[in-house]
Ligand binder design. Structure first.
Ligand code: SAM
Length: 280
């Protein structure tokens, strides 16, 4: 196997620093550095690019990002046990790796990076969806980030790229596809990780569009979609009851059939409805 850097193999790093994976931290590590280098390249060449990585752990993906030429990596890690291993990587790539010991839901990453930056992360499952929704719903668009390359449980990845009419189609698909191009770039079996999780994983790549596909107020769209899919088996007129006083009229004005179900409504329909709701 070719080597991507002169640092020790990850198994040795984990043994040396006693980094036994903790379930409570959502730790499933990638130890194959050729694989992490491939994930690092999903969004294209990294030369001159600043990257935010959430949850570097022992640093497999971090090493992939740096070996692939990222100008600077900001890595936010909650588990302080990982810091010595990450400090060794920082010493190997002087001035290119900044590690913050903290919770990614609380650290203001944007304040520490020069836009536009990319996000590349093998996310902790317990906070992955929340981080994605935050990245997708800033008040202004385009956002400070250019693209997101994120590892999720495969089922979550499928919800992000889902099309109308499918079971996986819901809030995540609408919010993601409204302002991004989305694709599943890789799927990985449980054995790719140490320890192996129960389910397969997938890397999703999202590229920010210069402007949303259809006009809508982000906060209103979020509210409408959350309510619409909350009771996805009900007809829209029932699922959306109480959203505005005359919901059936709003649905018709948006060109939607009040007896349709949420999973039949395309992106354009949700945006039209958000505009009608805002007008109401
Ligand atoms: N990137 C490493 C890899 O690919 O081998 C580790 C990935 S592991 C799935 C998730 C990592 O996120 C762990 O290192 C865990 O400690 C860290 N983590 C968990 N919750 C976090 C949070 N709220 N903020 C930052 N890091 C977190």
């Amino acid at each position: 196997m070719s080597r991507i850097d002169d640092l020790p193999p990850l198994r040795d790093v984990i043994a040396a620093h006693d980094l036994r994976a903790k379930k409570s931290m959502g730790q499933n590590f990638l130890l194959d550095l050729n694989l992490t280098a491939r994930i690092a390249r999903v969004g294209g060449p990294l030369d001159g690019v600043d990257v935010l990585e959430v949850g570097p752990g022992p640093g497999g993906l971090t090493r992939g990002l740096l070996a692939e030429g990222a100008r600077r990596v900001l890595a936010i890690e909650k588990d302080a046990r990982c810091l010595p291993a990450l400090a060794e990587i920082a010493a190997h790539y002087p001035g290119r790796l900044e590690v913050v010991n903290g919770d990614a839901l609380e650290v203001d990453a944007a304040a520490r990076l020069a836009a536009p930056w990319r996000v590349v992360a093998n996310l902790p499952y317990n906070v992955g969806t929340e981080l994605l929704v935050r990245w997708l719903t800033p008040p202004e668009w385009p956002p400070a980030w250019q693209s997101l390359t994120l590892m999720f449980q495969r089922e979550v990845a499928e919800r992000i790229v889902a099309t109308p009419g499918s079971k996986a189609y819901g809030r995540l698909a609408v919010l993601a596809q409204w302002r991004c191009d989305t694709r599943i770039a890789m799927t990985l079996p449980p054995e790719a990780f140490t320890p192996p999780p129960k389910v397969s994983s997938a890397v999703v790549h999202l590229t920010a569009l210069p402007a949303p596909r259809f006009a809508a107020d982000p906060a209103v769209l979020e509210r409408v979609v959350a309510k619409g899919f909350n009771q996805r088996r009900k007809m829209l007129r029932a699922a959306l009851k109480g959203l505005v006083p005359d919901v059936e009229d709003r649905l018709r004005a948006a060109g939607l059939n009040p007896t349709d179900r949420a999973e039949q409504v395309p992106l354009e329909g949700w945006c039209a409805l958000a505009r009608e709701v805002k007008r109401a």
